[in-house]
Write a protein that binds this ligand. Sequence first.
Ligand SMILES: *[C@@H]1O[C@H](CO)[C@@H](O)[C@H](O)[C@H]1NC(C)=O
Ligand SMILES: *[C@@H]1O[C@H](CO)[C@@H](O)[C@H](O)[C@H]1NC(C)=O
Ligand SMILES: *[C@@H]1O[C@H](CO)[C@@H](O)[C@H](O)[C@H]1NC(C)=O
Ligand SMILES: *[C@@H]1O[C@H](CO)[C@@H](O)[C@H](O)[C@H]1NC(C)=O
Ligand SMILES: *[C@@H]1O[C@H](CO)[C@@H](O)[C@H](O)[C@H]1NC(C)=O
Ligand SMILES: *[C@@H]1O[C@H](CO)[C@@H](O)[C@H](O)[C@H]1NC(C)=O
Ligand SMILES: *[C@@H]1O[C@H](CO)[C@@H](O)[C@H](O)[C@H]1NC(C)=O
Ligand SMILES: *[C@@H]1O[C@H](CO)[C@@H](O)[C@H](O)[C@H]1NC(C)=O
Length: 493
Amino acid sequence: MEKRAYRFQQSHICILGLTCAFIWLCLLYLNNGVFEAKIIQNSISLQINSSSNNKTDPCGGRYVYVYDLPSRFNEDMITECERNIKWLDMCKFTMNGGFGPKLKNSEDVLTVLSDHGWYATNHFNVEVIFYNRIKRYECLTNDSSMAAAVFVPFFLGFDFARYIEGFNVSVRDAGTIELVDWLQKRDEWKVMNGKDHFLVGGRPTWDFRRKTDNDTDWGNKFFFSPAAKNMSFLLVESSPYSLNDFAIPYPTYFHPATDFEVFDWQDRMRKMERKWLFCFAGAPRPRDPYSIRSRLIDQCKNSRVGKLLDCGDDESKCHLPSNVMRLFQSSVFCLQPVGDSYTRRSAFDSILAGCIPVFFHPGSFYTQYTWHVPGNYTKYSVFISNDDIRKNVSIEQRLGEIDPKTIKMMREEVISLIPRLIYADPYSKLETLEDAFDISLKAVIRKVTKLRQDMIDGRTDDNLVEEDSWKYALLEQGNYAGVREWDSFFPKP
Ligand SMILES: *[C@@H]1O[C@H](CO)[C@@H](O)[C@H](O)[C@H]1NC(C)=O
Ligand SMILES: *[C@@H]1O[C@H](CO)[C@@H](O)[C@H](O)[C@H]1NC(C)=O
Ligand SMILES: *[C@@H]1O[C@H](CO)[C@@H](O)[C@H](O)[C@H]1NC(C)=O
Ligand SMILES: *[C@@H]1O[C@H](CO)[C@@H](O)[C@H](O)[C@H]1NC(C)=O
Ligand SMILES: *[C@@H]1O[C@H](CO)[C@@H](O)[C@H](O)[C@H]1NC(C)=O
Ligand SMILES: *[C@@H]1O[C@H](CO)[C@@H](O)[C@H](O)[C@H]1NC(C)=O
Ligand SMILES: *[C@@H]1O[C@H](CO)[C@@H](O)[C@H](O)[C@H]1NC(C)=O
Ligand SMILES: *[C@@H]1O[C@H](CO)[C@@H](O)[C@H](O)[C@H]1NC(C)=O
């Protein structure tokens, strides 16, 4: 029945389609009761509206409804920043729509960076950046029944950060409990039980997955709440074991306003003279017995073609954008080991600099940013496993074996990824290029649309296994090798 209705729409026999859907609805109403029928009625009319408008309405099928949340759930957190963030002076980073302070046009900046679009961006601000972009999205609607997806502009990371230390679990959980309470009372929630809702957070998923109510445990427990299980989360690091977590790129320092600024930057990165074969910018993790960082640091120090930016003795060195970018621009490969969690912002800085990233754990990139990068990771990166480093494999030798022609191809692929991984200036959207925001939004709409269709068709995802979600992400991308080979990196939790 549904298939037939769809074909009618395809051939633009809208009246027939409507009648058909109406009869179908009546049948459903009789069979399944009022509740399901309501869900389906909404979705069906959405389908009919969006596809019949398809020809004339370029927004058909991609409308987004943004909740008008009370300001205590978002903007107040920024205004109250001074009081909130005890551990990091993050307040200044929220300026310029989340990009942070503009980098001054000093000589230093001009030689390393380009003259437009550079900011001292703090990587946790992606939720503010996303919020400012979506407010200017060209297909917003105030009619939630038209919307393909519903955005909840709650500042997830800020809510976490303001109570990061020295607060008991009830204080840490209060914000998200209040949010859930607010959401569940909305009619928009009831249509799909929140399954068309999504949130963005500038922090790794682990900050929202506290397992016990012991005050010594980390973070809040939002993601374990029944409401959160129905929503989708776009975070800088997703859990490999969760079906509704999705990773989006960490922001870099570059937020161009035009296509030209991107092309110009790409050209410069192609022409860079790269005097180091490989480099590493980071600090050791002496308290983590599994960390390979000190080995990487040793290898950098002991190689004539390796270069180290040691953040251990003076962390501020590594927070100076021009320092980091200068190093990455003069290196062929950039080492990107696991940090405090799987992922690092540094991987994105390295790609931005045209430096081919070297990963040691598939969870650092390959299983994360599947919406944004190709499934065939050998095209744009090198993988050397943690274990190989522990067995004292020589990085210099491994990387030295890659022939210059391959390196050139890889670098070209890396440089071509740049637009997809940066967040453009929201005040002047790029003309033809899609940036990280565009790609993320499209992907989440695709996901919700499929879910809605599954509900209409009566398909369920009961046979999907949460613990295998990293595999599903790879399969969707055609990365079969990863699915076969990386089990040992993701022990069942
Ligand atoms: C228009 O319709 C086609 C097929 O019916 C669909 O694939 C496409 O996504 C629609 N476009 C929009 C903007 O929804
Ligand atoms: C939604 O409603 C608000 C308040 O009435 C209005 O300012 C805004 O322009 C509307 N947005 C759209 C996309 O219609
Ligand atoms: C679909 O379009 C019709 C006519 O334009 C309108 O009356 C109806 O409310 C729309 N349905 C939804 C769910 O927006
Ligand atoms: C948690 O801390 C708040 C204030 O910091 C206090 O009012 C509250 O009583 C504490 N709750 C528990 C359960 O200790
Ligand atoms: C809470 O955690 C601490 C440290 O991990 C532990 O010593 C303590 O026994 C725990 N308390 C409870 C009630 O489980
Ligand atoms: C989540 O969705 C399921 C249906 O899939 C529903 O039974 C449940 O009540 C929803 N949870 C909340 C908190 O709305
Ligand atoms: C992946 O890319 C490399 C380099 O372009 C190529 O040699 C290889 O055949 C590709 N593998 C797959 C499975 O497509
Ligand atoms: C690792 O290899 C280097 C040279 O290849 C050697 O000097 C060093 O002793 C080795 N270390 C270990 C722990 O085997």
